[in-house]
Design a protein around this ligand. Sequence first.
Ligand SMILES: [Zn+2]
Length: 445
Amino acid sequence: MWARLSPLLIFTLWEVWQRRGKVFVTALILSVAIGWLLGWWGIVFALLFLSAFYLSVKIIWLFRVALRLRQFHKTADEPVKFFVAPEILDAADWSKFAVKVASLQSELTQQFGLSLKRPLTVLVFPTMSEISQLFQTEASGFALPKGNGVLLAWDALKGSHLPDEYVRHELAHLFSAEIGSGGPDFKVEGFANWFQGSSDGKPADFHALVQILSGRDLPLLTLLHDAYFQAQKYASYPLAGSFTGYLVKQFGWETYLRFYADANAKNFERAFERHFGVTLMAAEQAWKRYLMERRQDFEPELSQWVKRERLTVAYDQWQFWLCIEEAEVLLQAGEDHWRTIWIAAASHAIVGNYQRALELMLHLTERDDEDMRPYKVILWHQLGKLYDLLGQRDSAIAAYQKALELPDWWDEIDGSTQSQVRQYLKRPFTEKELHDRMRRRLTRR
Ligand SMILES: [Zn+2]
């Protein structure tokens, strides 16, 4: 049990110390003051009381995770401790996977010139949804710095044609935390995103160009705020990753590591200038020019991706009619990526074209794209809601039941998809709820 839980325990203590260190020092001083008044036992008592107060949520959470991890099977011990959820024990050759992780780890050991202080532990969960729910953030993997643990989601690994990318990303977090543990996310995630080498087989520069050309040319200064960085994560990860790669190329690996060790959320711009000799703004301009000059290397695929991504940008900016108009043109021209069909359907649903939305969604049920699989439960949930809005209750119930047979999905706005589905099995989904949900999305920003 200790082997399973210790990475999580050490990471949690480290995280609490990073975030709440000052609170504990204050608690200690307070305890000593109380102890001075009440005698030595007062110190112990006050300290226990205050820690229990601050840590109670974390302790309950750890307890719940421990219960789950107890079910995991150990499939390898050396050189990587490898644990797999019972539901997916037969899904892959896990000892081969463990060897792969170990070889990636030694690659990083060489590149960083340091080795992890504790042995690496890998925990494989069946779904992204379970990891997301555990950490209350949408994630296909999770690194536990200092605890040297990596959590991976089997559905994300399976859906990707390059599972190495995920492992490299999480391992990069473990190694970079040994060099410099201060934020911001722009630095930490940018580094991991660059280090993973590619996403969906394409380099960070490609993805950054897609974002820049499709209307998400976000100024780097705004990405230094973690809340904004996370709210814009589909754009901010590749932008930060590509920029990191540019810095390493321009100024060298050693200089970059020194900057990484020094920079944090408070001194970021100053540290940047000190180590690279240019301001962040100047480097950003040069980096974007460099990307635009490389644009031809990525054609004609780049333009295709940009067209598709512009739809998502329009959708996120609440431009549903624009989105519909452009999506329908693309679909007529033969575009058949599932994301395009999905976003067209979602836009039609929002403006009230339920019948067209239903037609498009039904198309998607016939598809079996690997990277769409984790979202299939949402697809059937949406279908159920559309049938309800069209007054076809029997079809709605059948769709909801289908959703309950699939692995769940969890996201930050709506939580667990299946718990919503169970609600609409009892009573139909209404237009008022559609508007309430839009309201929630609008007021969240
Ligand atoms: Zn990350």
